[in-house]
Ligand binder design. Sequence first.
Ligand SMILES: Cc1cc2nc3c(=O)[nH]c(=O)nc-3n(C[C@H](O)[C@H](O)[C@H](O)COP(=O)(O)OP(=O)(O)OC[C@H]3O[C@@H](n4cnc5c(N)ncnc54)[C@H](O)[C@@H]3O)c2cc1C
Length: 481
Amino acid sequence: MKTVIHWFRRDLRVTDNTSLWQAYSASDRVIPVFCWDDAILSAPDVGPPRVNFLLRSLEALSRNLESLGHRLIIRHGRPEAILPALARESGAETVYANKDYEPYAIARDERVRGALAEQGTGFRSFKDAVVHEEREVLTRTGTVFSVFTPYSRAWKALPIATPVPRIGGPKSAVAALPSLPLPGSGDGLGHPLTQTLFEAGERAGLAALDRFLESRVFDYDHGRNVLLEPSGTSQLSPHLRFGTVGVRTVLSRWASARSQATAAAAQKSCDTWLSELIWREFYIQILANHPRVASRAFRPEYDQLQWEGTDAQFEAWCQGQTGYPIVDAAMRCLNATGWMHNRLRMIVAMFLTKDLMVSWQRGERYFMRALVDGDLAANNGGWQWSAGCGTDAAPYFRIFNPVTQGQKCDPDGSFVRRWIPELRDSPADCIHEPWTRPLLLSRCGYAPPVVQHDVQRGRCLAMFKAIKGSPPAPESTASLE
Ligand SMILES: Cc1cc2nc3c(=O)[nH]c(=O)nc-3n(C[C@H](O)[C@H](O)[C@H](O)COP(=O)(O)OP(=O)(O)OC[C@H]3O[C@@H](n4cnc5c(N)ncnc54)[C@H](O)[C@@H]3O)c2cc1C
């Protein structure tokens, strides 16, 4: 009897799961396993929203596997010890897994491969998390892209794989192997949850996808700018992060929605949403091809920047106490829900790096801990873009003005009022600059601005200009705000 282990990591689903399907097809008996890896749980950038989303998704996965007649085995420890031991216990010939493109995961998988090889057990990994991998979308001369638009064009020219079938029931007896219970919550793991959690698991992921493709995708160009609930975006990012939906399923359902769009505006909206999915793969390939970006600037000259922001300023940003309402509302929303809208992510990231002049790495780490969808590739790409030191970055002299940004994306101030109770009674005409009404500011108890935007803008431009190799800033940068 041929036994194969499928090792679940960021693919917590039974449908459209390449490695699970391959393991099921190639064996008489597949053993699904998840390893609680202490190195991940205790990492400083892992926080309660993600740990709890993971736990709930694992519970759902376990139920889904059970309903098909399989049993999820849970083990705790280092995968390079757990997997060889499980292979010996079960007589498995090979361990299958879907590829993960993060530097930590690549190194871990090499250790697992080595440990398994020592006892003669095989290790096979499969493309699954992305449609096109890091060496599949190339320029005409065979190099990798570092600019999004041509990458996106080349990505779209390649064929898109169809979803992989859902696995069937067991072909022979399910192994009676010991398994640990799943912790009921993140509390005992050092990750107590204080937020309301996003609905987790495969069923919730597919439902979120279908709800979005039913109508909101056709109005995405407009809806993506709406800050308050109901969201005009898909809110699929935690599901794509943990693999509770498969990317091929997303694309195949997107294609059928796109084919039903008749109005030009609806078709354009569908295409804009596809671009967002391509951004996701763009940053995954950047991280895979240039793993150094995990800790350093994509443009090495910007590693020399002298960030002068203080700990107190960083803390004010984290707590939503900077005195800039749109920044503070966004940060309080993040702290309370584990979620932040994309435009707000850009605004707060620019504010931290360009107004407070705190290094992008500190903001990146804070986001990873606080976000339910925290993902190294997308988060690092977003932070480096905002700071002006990444691939295809907003030039460093593009500095968002937090007041005009607030006025543009929250014109009547309802998002600010939702998250900053001190400003609940503030009139709309000054809600994004309450300091212009000193009496109101002193009465409501909201923080005065921690820095002056115009002053900081000048200091920030000087900091970047001081770096050898920085392009000159245009005379007037006002239009770039
Ligand atoms: C500073 C900063 C940090 C970010 N950190 C993360 C992060 O940790 N995890 C994360 O998934 N996204 C991150 N993003 C990208 C983006 O903000 C989120 O993917 C998006 O807000 C998720 O909402 P949604 O699922 O409703 O997206 P939709 O608008 O419905 O887009 C669909 C999917 O496309 C992908 N996507 C959309 N925009 C981007 C983008 N700019 N870059 C990469 N993928 C994208 C996501 O997987 C998303 O679920 C970050 C952006 C910035 C500016």
